[in-house]
Design a protein around this ligand. Structure first.
Ligand SMILES: Cc1cc2nc3c(=O)[nH]c(=O)nc-3n(C[C@H](O)[C@H](O)[C@H](O)COP(=O)(O)O)c2cc1C
Length: 350
């Protein structure tokens, strides 16, 4: 039985506690996808988390899906992230880079030469997204050709190598939230008839290929992966989540990656489904406070608890949990985008 303040070994890494800072997009990157100094300050303030997982970072120019989001697609990005990891390490912290490809969530204006976004199938998101010209309906993506798909997995591997070069301790593959890997898993989105569509095994092929190539690039004990079955976001449906996610957990278990991160955010009992099927470390996220996190750890339902929203206004979340101090509430107006206000100016309790 363990608690939030017990240490945890993740591969070679020794976490001083089991409080993980969730990946959270805050949209402070420069137009070229590199992160400014305030991003280093923000993460360094939170360096006493057992582990920080960065905001989602696009792996290649075709992977970008939002304004003001960061990349790890070139050397300039590496140099910018190096400042962040140096600042976190100087405070004694540990940090993984969350890597993503947004697939059909992207809009042409974010992509090279205004390209059409790519996805498993030409199925558009029913909804709108933010662009430089305000909210616009999503566009219909182009279905990736079967022989293009391994190249996309290679983009994740190349970005993972850059992440280590930039000083991250490891990477978290983003297979959640309706982005490209999740789009392959979801039968309502993936309508392919080749080796990447149809059966559960086929729909999970891109995910597992990506895991294998990333693990080969940086070592399996530096690789985590996040899923969020049936999340109500980006038009995710996951009609057969009961078949997909147990299979994914077992396949990841066989590959012995560092951890599996499950966000329980839809109508699916993610933790109960994944925990028994994945023999490595299981990180449970979404909706936890201190008490419910402690309770799940005590029951053996997870090895660490992932906290997102509470970290926005509480840079000293670990200290507040330890002392029982009240949590501050975030200002919703400054969550996404803008400058230092609402980003690096939330006070410490003591
Ligand atoms: C502002 C914000 C940005 C987020 N960005 C990401 C992201 O970049 N990648 C990701 O996997 N999840 C993202 N999430 C989801 C969180 O990682 C987490 O799963 C979710 O907030 C539920 O945990 P919580 O209840 O502790 O906030 C984001 C959540 C918030 C609140």
């Amino acid at each position: 039985m363990s608690g939030l303040f017990d240490p945890l070994r993740v591969g070679e890494l020794a976490l001083p506690n089991r409080i993980v800072m969730a990946p959270m997009t805050r949209s402070r990157a420069l137009p070229d996808g590199s992160v400014p100094q305030m991003v280093a300050d923000y993460y360094a303030q939170r360096a006493d988390a057992g582990l920080i997982v960065s905001e989602a970072i696009y792996v290649s120019p075709m992977a970008k899906g939002y304004l003001s989001t960061p990349g790890l697609a070139d050397d300039a990005h590496v140099a910018a992230w190096r400042r962040v990891t140096d600042a976190v390490r100087a405070k004694g912290g540990r940090m993984f880079a969350q890597l993503f490809h947004t697939g059909r969530v992207a809009m042409p204006e974010f992509l090279p030469d205004g390209a059409q976004p790519v996805a498993p199938s030409a199925v558009a998101i029913d909804g709108v997204t933010w662009t430089s010209g305000g909210q616009k309906p999503h566009v219909t993506p182009r279905a990736l050709a079967e022989n293009e798909i391994p190249g996309v997995a290679d983009e994740f591997a190349a970005a993972a190598r850059r992440a280590l070069e930039a000083g991250f301790h490891g990477v978290e593959i983003h297979a959640a939230s309706g982005y490209l890997i999740h789009q392959f898993l979801d039968a309502s989105i993936n309508q392919r008839r080749d080796s990447f569509g149809g059966s559960v095994e086929n729909r999970a092929r891109f995910l597992l290929m990506t895991v294998d190539r990333v693990a080969q690039a940086v070592g399996r004990d530096r690789v985590g992966l996040k899923v969020s079955p049936r999340i109500k976001f980006n038009d995710v449906r996951d009609p057969d989540a009961e078949a997909v996610y147990p299979y994914v957990a077992e396949q990841l278990s066989a590959r012995a990656i560092a951890y599996l991160h499950g966000a329980q955010q839809g109508g699916y009992d993610t933790h109960a489904a994944l925990r028994p099927r994945f023999k490595g470390l299981y990180f449970a996220g979404a909706g936890f406070d201190r008490a419910s996190g402690e309770a799940l750890l005590a029951a053996g339902g997870a090895d660490a608890i992932v906290y997102g929203a509470p970290y926005i206004a509480n840079p000293d979340l670990v200290g507040r949990f330890r002392s029982g101090a009240a949590l501050a509430q975030a200002d919703k107006a400054t969550i996404y985008g803008g400058g230092e206000k609402g980003y690096v100016d939330y006070p410490f309790a003591s």
